[in-house]
Design a protein around this ligand. Sequence first.
Ligand SMILES: Cc1cc2nc3c(=O)[nH]c(=O)nc-3n(C[C@H](O)[C@H](O)[C@H](O)COP(=O)(O)OP(=O)(O)OC[C@H]3O[C@@H](n4cnc5c(N)ncnc54)[C@H](O)[C@@H]3O)c2cc1C
Length: 461
Amino acid sequence: MTPAAAREAPRAERLQVLRQLLDAAHVSWRDDPALLRAKSVDYHWYSPILTELLADKCAELLVTPANVDELRTVAAACARLRLPVTLRGGGTGNYGQCTPMEGGVVIELLGLRSVQVHQGYATVQTGCLIEALETAARATGQEILMFPSTFSEASIGGFIAGGFGGIGSIRHGVLKDPGNVRRVQVMTLEEEPRLIELHGADIQKVHHAYGTNGVITELDVALAPAEDWRHVIALFPSYEAALRFGVAAMRPDLPLRLLTSVERHFAPYYPSYGALFPDTADAIFALCAAQALPAFEGLVAQHGGRISMAMTDAQVASAGLLPAYECAYNHTTLMALKRSKAHTYLQLAYPQPFDVDQALSLMAHYGPEILWHHEFSLAYGQYGVFAIPLLTYFDADRVREIQAEIEAAGVTVFDGHVVTIEDGGMKTIDTAQIDFKREADPHGLMNPGKTRGWRPEYAKL
Ligand SMILES: Cc1cc2nc3c(=O)[nH]c(=O)nc-3n(C[C@H](O)[C@H](O)[C@H](O)COP(=O)(O)OP(=O)(O)OC[C@H]3O[C@@H](n4cnc5c(N)ncnc54)[C@H](O)[C@@H]3O)c2cc1C
């Protein structure tokens, strides 16, 4: 089928041609409805608004290339047949990022998973699970700079294309910070796919672009010397004391991989901690380097707190406890939703310098409607504070009302209840990303509906 014929042919006919092409090239595909449904969703069900919006969105074919050559075959065929393509790594995004708005083909990239560790960085294929990358780095005395708590399911390519930062950001900043990702290789979605290498600031063209402008195939990500991290819980008599401790602990001479303050109201969602995190105290959850524990403990004491847990990975596992980072970032929402479906979440960034009183006044204003935890982090060279609080869900209007009120109070809201890049975290259309889309996805086939910057008239016929 020529590209001209493909433009006219019904979708079902084009998909049938694709199946034949894939069979001829021995590339695996599946189209059983239950699997297609499962591979069309991510964790967007954190948001009742997105759950409703995306309920009927489903892929028509799942393709699972095992290597770059197979990926090239499917990319070329989809371009030629003008089929919509949605990329998928581990499918752990929160905003329906890998839900195909216009059906078509989902390409799952977990088959591209090789990793080579060098001194100071790793060269890794997109589908490598972040946990596997960390294991490979640790075998050489190094570690990855940051990861989401989903790291045993999430791919490194999905993290760069859909994520922001996470555990490790308190030390190394966010993914966008220079040097954290050193090189990205991208395959174009054209009749004859090309591989484009991006370095330095150009990497931002595909970072957090939701797979709308090319397929990330391989990356160089920075590594740091491995530390002996301890999972720490510190208990405080008030949330204010925990917050003030968090502010004081944001110091470059205190080696931390995680620093999160958590209100006591989360304790019921974490029963396995028992007396280590009771509902009578507010807490700091941290990963602290073993050699810095005395300094950490001293600072805790200065703020009226005490350490209730300081364990190695092995001790945490053998005690049947959750790692400290599962009481942080968006894992808290998951734990709450396991016990009650009445919740959703917000994503906030406070103005700098962080004002504890402003945070406390927002908490007082919303009372039990919002349960709070705060993430202390380094981003763009500055220490700052984010929050992903848990909201008791009433309806979409109430979510929007609260988000508007919080923005009016000067706190930035990254809306997690929308599907486009611009309406969520980015706020504005990134013209460099759109320009790159015109180059890497000239027919406008990739993850349609996820960027407001793309216009139908940009598509090359
Ligand atoms: C409990 C929980 C905690 C989380 N914590 C964090 C956190 O701390 N920080 C954070 O940033 N995120 C967090 N997330 C979101 C998500 O887990 C991470 O961003 C994760 O790294 C995404 O990886 P993935 O492989 O699952 O990506 P997917 O969900 O599969 O994909 C994400 C996006 O990237 C695109 N994509 C995938 N592969 C490619 C590729 N090769 N080329 C181009 N585009 C591609 C997809 O189309 C999609 O738009 C969390 C989510 C949950 C559910």
